[in-house]
Design a protein around this ligand. Structure first.
Ligand code: PNW
Length: 480
């Protein structure tokens, strides 16, 4: 790879609390919806649960040392709401101790903490009161944001409200393969609006609390290019419009423009989304943000035609049979384009990332700077003589970094990249079997072994720094 990056480019790696921490009942932590969901038979492959994670809770010093050795400029992690507010109401200072320690370890290593407040682990106590289908949960979220800020606001400047609301709202409440495991399109759309509202309330609360102190607040969305299978077929063009609407614009437009997309509202009219929207809500949702996080793994090749007779319905590889996560667009199918696929069954097409980043700048000219907050791939890694020669992951990483560099030359305002993931971890409904880490974790011993991809990433970072960015990373941002 020969790409060059701006000298201020931020190089990071990401994880999420429920996927890595473990220590699910330690120091007063309460159940999250993922703890509860994973205990339901058949919910997670292999009966795996987040209970042990990869023991990041006890090994954060070792993990931060690893990050430092790789030359990372930033670590994107999430705080567990169920650790901080176990019963949904009372703050648990012992839970915050862990994050306070972690932040100190990061700062000591000159690694910028990049904190996400919600990466899908709602306290089960709040789920029992309706969870995201209840508007009250949005108010509780702003209180939780305040509790975390009270403890860490003196040291953490970069705050992300939500990671991929579409997954927790639609895959969790409509497709059913994520917690809480519902299959109810009406509930899914209520969750969408209440998460938007929670985002806006938290953005405002964090700014109030920061006062004069510089703070950078944003959201991370999971965005895709919706590719019509046959661009000459009106059914496929309509399918691509629907997927782009539900996957991208249903989240981009409220947050960036303060409105729900008209065509999506028409498609879901019978499902009550607008019943949840009260006067003033959309202004709250569109509270100005300082950056937009973009998670991208793959494009979606989509069709509006039913499968040919005798052919199975082509769901997305991670959807459960017969359960579409697309409210009002359950007929969408996802035929293969014959591209190579990762262990998740996701197509590899690096140019999609370039296209997406360029398109965001073009279609949302007022959008804040972009950070790729997740990109990565799962493969069937093999440990040989204490090393993991993950050639596919190295190739995926190089190709996607080239795509980011190319997007920048084409005008996209991309300020940083976080690889998913620092460590092999609990891959939600797929359990520990799907490995996304650039660092291998042995489940029996929890031993960490950097894979070839970690070394390749370290080399890219070192080369970029040698180009002139030696020293601590700087993150110039609008308003920051
Ligand atoms: C993201 N899809 O989830 C999450 O933010 C991570 O926690 C997760 O481990 C990672 O990607 C890999 O899966 C996604 O259906 C879930 O396209 C589903 C999709 C994409 C990303």
């Amino acid at each position: 790879m020969s790409a060059t990056f701006p000298t201020s480019f931020l190089w990071g790696a990401a994880t999420a609390a429920a996927q890595v921490e473990g220590a699910a009942t330690e120091d007063g932590k309460g159940d999250s919806i993922w703890d509860a969901f994973a205990r339901e038979p058949g919910a997670v492959a292999g009966g795996d649960t987040p209970a042990e994670g990869v023991d990041h809770y006890h090994r954060s010093a070792e993990d931060v040392a690893l990050m430092r050795a790789l030359g990372l400029g930033s670590y994107r992690f999430s705080t567990s709401w169920a650790r901080v507010v176990p019963d949904g109401r009372r703050v648990n200072p012992a839970g915050l101790d862990f994050y306070s320690r972690l932040v100190d370890q990061l700062l000591e290593a000159e690694i910028l903490p990049w904190l996400t407040l919600y990466h899908w682990d709602l306290p089960q106590a709040l789920q029992e009161q309706g969870g995201w289908t209840d508007r009250e949960t949005a108010l509780r979220f702003a209180d939780y944001a305040e509790a975390v800020h009270d403890r860490l606001g003196d040291r953490v400047q970069h705050w992300t409200t939500f990671n991929e609301p579409l997954c927790s709202a639609l895959i969790g409440h409509v497709g059913g393969e994520h917690a809480p495991g519902w299959t109810d399109p009406v509930a899914g759309l209520a969750a969408v609006h209440h998460q938007h509202l929670a985002h806006g309330l938290a953005v405002r609360r964090l700014r109030e609390l920061a006062g004069e102190r510089a703070i950078s607040v944003g959201i991370t969305l999971n965005l895709t290019n919706a590719v019509p299978h046959d661009p000459d077929d009106p059914a496929d063009l309509d399918a691509a419009r629907r997927l782009d609407g539900l996957w991208n614009r249903l989240f981009l437009e409220p947050v960036l423009l303060g409105r729900y997309p008209e065509d999506v509202l028409a498609d879901v009219e019978h499902l009550g989304l607008t019943d949840h929207v009260r006067p003033g809500d959309l202004e709250t949702v569109a509270a100005p943000i300082d950056f937009l996080g973009v998670n991208h793994y793959h494009d979606d090749n989509v069709s509006g035609r039913p499968p040919a007779p005798g052919e199975p319905p082509s769901l997305r590889p991670t959807d459960r049979p017969g359960r579409s996560p697309f409210p009002g667009s359950e007929h969408l199918t996802f035929p293969s384009r014959g591209l190579p696929r990762t262990a998740m069954g996701w197509e590899v097409n690096p140019d999609g990332l370039r296209e997406l980043l360029v398109r965001l700048g073009r279609e949302y000219p007022g959008a804040p700077p972009l950070y790729v907050t997740e990109n990565g791939s799962a493969w069937d890694d093999v440990v040989e003589d204490g090393a993991v020669h993950d050639t596919e992951r190295v190739a995926y990483l190089h190709a996607h970094l080239d795509a980011v560099a190319q997007a920048i030359t084409e005008g996209a305002d991309v300020r940083g990249y976080f690889v998913w993931s620092l460590l092999d971890n609990f891959e939600w409904a797929w359990g520990y079997d799907k490995r996304f880490g650039i660092v291998h974790v042995d489940r029996a011993t929890m031993a960490r072994t950097p894979k070839d991809s970690a070394l390749a990433y370290a080399a890219v970072i070192a080369a970029a720094r040698a180009d002139g960015t030696a020293g601590a990373p700087r993150v110039p941002e609008r308003d920051a």
